[in-house]
Design a protein around this ligand. Structure first.
Ligand code: FES
Length: 151
């Protein structure tokens, strides 16, 4: 099996992840799981004046899932909800100086968790945002694009 090469930033965020933990007074929580590898992600947000005032995550996942979610929390903290909604998985990956192709799906798990947290936030306020709704097969789809490996 080929050895995975990680950037210094990925290794740094994996060994020293930012914004880890539970948020007791969260305004919203998003949880998502990858049906192929079994990784789980939970993202909690605190919203003030339409901005993400605080964000925390917990994961049962791989090094890339930890690193990408750590980076995602740094990117979106202080951003408006609209700016956070527009975040794409490749924004997170480029901020980490890349991921090995078979690990790209891990960044999708982080972004999907954030979108679900935002979806739940709006839903609590009676606002329907189907564009942010959980996508059952997206993580699985990326797995199949990148090959069956999920290690
Ligand atoms: Fe990291 Fe699948 S999400 S191995």
């Amino acid at each position: 099996m080929a050895r995975l090469e990680y950037s210094k930033k990925v290794l740094e965020h994996f060994t020293n992840p930012r914004n880890v933990g539970e948020m007791k007074d969260a305004d919203s929580v998003g949880t998502v799981g990858n049906p192929v590898c079994g990784d789980m992600m939970e993202l909690s947000i605190k919203v003030t004046d339409d901005r993400i005032a605080d964000i925390r995550f917990r994961t049962f996942g791989c090094a890339s899932a930890i690193a990408t979610t750590s980076m995602l929390t740094e990117i979106v903290k202080g951003k408006t909800l609209k700016e956070a909604e527009e975040l794409k998985w490749d924004d997170v990956v480029s901020n980490l100086d890349g991921l090995p192709p078979v690990k790209v799906h891990c960044s999708l798990l982080a972004v999907e968790g954030l979108k679900i947290a935002l979806y739940n936030y709006y839903k609590k306020r009676g606002i329907d945002r189907p564009d942010l709704a959980p996508k059952e097969t997206e993580a699985e789809h990326v797995h199949s694009d990148e090959g069956p490996s999920c290690v």
